[in-house]
Write a protein that binds this ligand. Structure first.
Ligand code: SF4
Length: 361
């Protein structure tokens, strides 16, 4: 009896060994697999998985100029760090840049941009910042003053998307990479199902999007769990900014996020399963999808005569901020033919003008 008690005690006091190397002490439980592993093995599996995703999906080719969408938050900071490490370790031959968007949100973006400026020095990556003010003559602070806190994220999302493309064009990037992680993608799958948005549902799980547009974007963290990104940043002591945007309501997305976190607690694979479900959705060939053309005003990609940013800007400038908010009208056949003709005329040119910033590629 005494022997049994003694062996139980030894069991309880002996530190658990890493289940991967079986040599070092386990320091954490990996959120994705629940394995008990040491820090060194965690760094290795975390980085190797991202490398595998990059190679298996042919995300880059040697000589590519890559703009890393950098907000100063944990995802993009870890992305910039890991990508520059993998670039050196595996000789990807990439030219990496940090590209930040200044939405003009006092007390939030100004602080997070300071983090990106430090990252520029820490990782030795050149930084380009483009602002809403220079592109659109409006800051988010001014937009919120004009429209209130109801549709602010619609404006911000549309403007950011274009701003990233315009900034990437300015630094002649071949590709934009963003820090969207597996949790973000699973949330987007759920939201698109809840909204019945078939067009977005079919796109949102693609690791690379916009291949037929001016600058494709990709998500090397497509299968990387948010919790692991946080752990990695914490253990590596990376310098990132963790405050939420002061205008962040996004209650709908917040519910989807909480729901996924609940599922993850019960079954960690749930996140990957939702992504897989999104990937396996097939669009019926009879479903009419919007045809892509270019905006007649600024030349940006659009399935309508005017792109969403131009419509929103027109509303803001005319004092009718609700213009352009809400469901999109379906493009008429004639509109689509015109858009297509416009795209053909513009062929490979990617140029336009918003405010006093000219963008060319
Ligand atoms: Fe923009 Fe909304 Fe995100 Fe704030 S929470 S940065 S307003 S999209």
């Amino acid at each position: 009896m005494e022997g049994v008690e003694a062996s139980e005690k030894v069991k309880r006091t002996t530190p658990r060994l890493c289940s991967l190397c079986n040599q070092r002490k386990a320091a954490l439980r990996r959120p994705k697999t629940l394995e008990q592993i040491c820090r060194e093995c965690f760094y290795n599996v975390f980085e190797d998985e991202i490398h595998r995703v990059i190679v298996e999906n042919n995300l880059f080719k040697p000589g590519d100029r890559i703009a890393i969408g950098a907000s100063g938050g944990k995802d993009s900071t870890v992305l910039a760090y890991v990508l520059s490490e993998l670039n050196k370790r595996h000789n990807y031959g990439l030219d990496l840049f940090l590209l930040s968007i200044d939405e003009g949100i006092t007390g939030y973006r100004d602080d997070s941009l300071e983090t990106v400026k430090r990252n520029e020095i820490q990782y030795g990556l050149p930084l380009k910042i483009v602002s809403y003010k220079e592109l659109y003559q409006w800051t988010m602070d001014e937009i919120v003053k004009a429209i209130g806190l109801k549709n602010n994220c619609t404006f911000c999302g549309v403007f950011r998307r274009q701003a990233l493309d315009r900034g990437a064009a300015l630094i002649q990037a071949d590709k934009i990479v963003t820090g969207h992680n597996a949790d973000d993608i699973a949330e987007t799958v759920l939201l698109n199902i809840l909204r019945g948005d078939i067009a977005r549902l079919s796109r949102c799980t693609s690791i690379t999007t916009g291949e037929d547009g001016p600058i494709p974007r990709c998500k090397p963290f497509k299968y990387t769990y948010e919790k692991e990104i946080v752990m990695y940043a914490y253990f590596k002591k990376l310098d990132y900014f963790s405050t939420e945007c002061i205008y962040s309501p996004n209650a709908y997305r917040g519910f989807a996020r909480e729901f996924i976190k609940d599922l993850e607690r019960i079954r960690p694979r749930a996140i990957l399963d939702i992504i897989r479900s999104g990937e396996d959705f097939r669009i019926s060939t009879t479903t009419r999808m919007p045809e892509q053309g270019t905006c007649q005003q600024c030349g940006y990609i659009s399935s309508q005569k005017l792109c969403k940013a131009c419509v929103l800007l027109e509303g803001l400038n005319r004092g009718l901020p609700k213009l352009g908010i809400g469901r999109k009208k379906v493009c008429s056949g004639e509109d689509q033919v015109q858009s297509k003709r416009h795209l053909e005329n513009k062929a490979l040119s990617f140029h336009g003008k918003h405010g006093n910033v000219e963008w060319k590629r």
